[in-house]
Design a protein around this ligand. Structure first.
Ligand code: ARG
Length: 472
């Protein structure tokens, strides 16, 4: 086959005119889908072996193909492969290179295969490959949060709702809240991995094939437990990618909230924590600045991850069955989320590791003059006051204190009883910061130091078990 024939046979058979350059330019994907080369070649190698084993090609042709594809795998790995945009995508580039190198046998590789089922397979293999790395990066971040929680021990901090000081909590409890979110994120990724069972090759362009292939052999070689149950679904669906992007969007949203906490904590106004110089930047104009750019970048990059999810949902939502070329637009959002996670997760881990808390100040702010208000109301409830009545009485007492510029604990017993007739006169003296914290022990997720220590141990055990089960 001549060079020109080879290119033409790969490109189009029906067209009698050269492709309009505008269409050619819009259709080129090799600039980004070359990232699928390892998966594309692994799929082709399994396919070529199957073609030989079934007799669809001769054993010699199959051997030549596998050898040629293996060489291409090396070249693409080393970065020496000459990608050609004129050949549109990763699939045609590799197939043409194979035919160039091994001759006519190369032209048999695409037997019983379409790029539609080929790309569906490549993407499943790719997802399987990246899930391992993301799971590991996510594990590291969860481990850094539990290590930090352990390191800060029983240090109290003010807890917020509406960004208003609400009740005292433990700093470890705040950190472990993120551990819980990230644990669910890891679970979402595991769910997705468990759903990546169907091998789509053999679905052809959309309807399967009449050639006597053995897709089950390909599935076995590539480690898929089953074959696609519906060929239209196999080439047309992208919900597994969408699921990954949804996972990425949710995870980045969690990291973004954590980043926002860091930005606030490290501000002069809050002054709750500090980052090491190595994790901050200066200003090009103001030499005194120490900016938490790492946290801000994570917060900013969450936008991309959310955008990538919306992009793919939007691409897919209006497509008639089955394959449509719109689906080629699935790759850039996928790769972008993979790249974003590869940057954001290790960066977040470094930020957690580097955080230095100002524990004295955290304690001071946690010991707010009014945070005992809820506990005072609870005390009245224990003594028979309906909660709404207790709430009103304590609210009036706080207003009184506020006007007098005194804290709750400075209220004289007679004044207390005048606002809250059912109150034990000495109750306020007992409502110390420690007492407030220790009291929150009636639900397993409460902030009592005993429970937080238990949750920390549990988180560490979960991480160890995951490591043990080889999920990393
Ligand atoms: N590059 C294409 C994609 O990613 C491969 C499939 C092309 N199929 C087709 N019928 N034009 O979707």
């Amino acid at each position: 086959m001549t060079e020109a024939e080879n290119k033409r046979s790969l490109a189009s058979s029906r067209q009698t005119q050269a492709m309009d350059p505008c269409l050619a330019q819009a259709g080129v994907s090799v600039g980004f889908d070359q990232r699928l080369a390892p998966q594309d070649l692994a799929g082709s190698i399994a396919h070529a072996r199957m073609l030989g084993a079934t007799g669809l090609v001769s054993p010699e042709e199959s051997r030549l193909m596998v050898e040629g594809l293996t060489r291409l795998a090396e070249e693409t790995r080393e970065g020496t492969f000459p990608w050609d945009p004129a050949l549109e995508d990763v699939h045609m580039n590799l197939e043409k290179a194979l035919t160039d190198r091994i001759g006519p046998a190369g032209a048999k590789l695409h037997t019983a295969r379409s790029r539609n089922d080929q790309v569906a397979l490549d993407e499943r293999l790719y997802l399987r490959d990246v899930i391992g790395q993301v799971t590991k990066d996510l594990w590291d971040l969860r481990a850094s949060l539990t290590a930090k929680a352990e390191a800060v021990g029983e240090a109290p901090m003010p807890g917020y709702t509406h960004l208003q000081r609400a009740q005292p909590i433990l700093l470890a409890h705040h950190l472990l809240a993120y551990y819980q979110m990230l644990k669910r994120d890891a679970g979402r990724l595991r769910d997705l991995a468990a759903r990546l069972t169907e091998m789509p090759l053999g679905s052809g362009a959309l309807a399967g094939t009449g050639l006597p292939i053995r897709a089950d052999w390909v599935a076995e070689e590539l480690g898929f437990p089953e074959l696609a149950a519906n060929s239209l679904d196999a080439v047309a669906s992208r919900d597994l990618l969408i699921e990954f992007l949804a996972f990425g969007a949710i995870l980045m949203t969690h990291l973004s909230r954590f980043a926002e906490d860091l930005v606030l904590w490290c501000s002069t106004e809050f002054g709750l924590a500090e980052l090491p110089d190595s994790l901050t930047t200066s200003s090009s104009m103001m030499p005194q600045k120490k900016n938490p750019d790492g946290a801000e970048l994570i917060r900013g990059k969450a936008g991309r991850a959310i955008g990538n999810l919306v992009t793919l949902l939007t691409v897919v939502k209006g497509l008639p069955m089955s394959y449509n070329r719109d689906l080629q637009e699935d790759k850039e959002p996928l790769f972008d989320t993979v790249d974003t996670l590869a940057l954001a997760l290790p960066l977040a881990t470094r930020l957690v590791e580097g955080l230095e808390f100002r524990l004295e100040r955290l304690r001071l702010l946690a010991d707010d003059p009014y945070t005992a208000a809820t506990d005072l109301a609870d005390h009245l409830v224990r003594r028979g006051e309906p909660f709404r009545v207790a709430h009103r009485q304590v609210g009036a007492l706080v207003a009184h204190c506020w006007a007098k510029k005194i804290g709750l604990r400075d209220v004289e017993p007679e004044v207390l009883v005048s606002f809250c007739p059912k109150a034990e006169p000495q109750v306020l003296q007992g409502l110390t910061l420690e007492a407030l914290l220790v009291a929150r022990d009636k639900t397993p997720g409460g902030v009592a130091p005993r429970l937080v220590a238990e949750r920390t141990r549990q988180a560490k055990a979960e991480l160890a078990a995951e490591k043990e089960r080889g999920r990393l």
